[in-house]
Design a protein around this ligand. Structure first.
Ligand code: PRP
Ligand code: URA
Length: 208
């Protein structure tokens, strides 16, 4: 059974609409990617483990909590980069592990060009960050890399998915929870999500 969470938070729906708008310029686009990513990560991390931690307030002792799990943020280059900073501010002890993949425009297959993971995993939970889950090829390849590395718990955090991408990722890796801001209608004949938002990398970086 696919573990898919599509946020219906009003702020996310509002901001996602601005993000989709073709008139939105790269500066505003980056700001929106950052903000929506923070909110999605907040929802995706609701089940993180906490342990007890006692502190002294100015008024006396207080029983509190501290995060027990070490988190890895794994942006897929390049479009996933825009999702890192805001989330990282919310969880400054997270590690950031970049994975470089691009989609071959002819075959739509992912081509890996960069990863610098250490020999053994240093985190308990990995959040894969990528705005677009289209055919699902890039997401599946990234989970494959992380699992070969030894990652135990992996979650995918994306902005917009096509049904085809969800199906592919959840069939290949049913243990990976998928957190999204929206699921769109379909892919077009060149593998773009419709209505989507166009090319997430180009719109962030002002290229294309
Ligand atoms: C985009 C996007 C995903 C991938 C999704 O990246 O950011 O990584 O396409 O497509 P898929 O689900 O069909 O694999 P792209 O290849 O355009 O690279 P870029 O981020 O460097 O622009
Ligand atoms: N990558 C994008 O940036 N947009 C899409 O619609 C599909 C893949």
């Amino acid at each position: 059974m696919a573990d898919v969470h599509v946020s219906n938070h009003p702020l996310i729906r509002h901001k996602l609409t601005l993000l989709r708008d073709k008139r939105t310029e790269p500066k505003k686009f980056r700001e929106l990617v950052r903000e929506i990513a923070i909110m999605l990560a907040y929802e995706a991390t609701q089940d993180l483990d906490v342990g007890p931690k006692a502190v002294e307030t100015p008024m006396g002792p207080s029983d509190g909590f501290e995060l027990k799990e070490h988190i890895g943020l794994v942006p897929i280059l390049r479009a996933g980069l825009g999702m890192v900073e805001g989330i990282w501010e919310m969880m400054p002890s997270a590690e950031v592990w970049h994975i470089g993949l691009y989609r071959d425009e002819r075959t739509l297959r992912p081509v890996e060009y960069y990863n610098k993971l250490p020999v053994a995993p240093t985190v308990q939970v990995c959040l894969i960050l990528d705005p677009m889950l289209a055919t699902g090829g890039s997401a599946v390849a990234t989970v494959d890399v992380l699992k070969r590395w030894g990652a135990q718990r992996i979650k995918y955090v994306g902005l917009i998915a096509a049904p085809e991408g969800i199906e592919r990722l959840s069939s290949a890796h049913p243990d990976v929870a998928i957190h999204l801001a929206a699921v769109d209608e379909r892919l077009n004949n060149i593998g773009y999500i419709v209505p989507g938002l166009g090319d997430a990398g180009d719109r962030q970086f002002g290229t294309g």
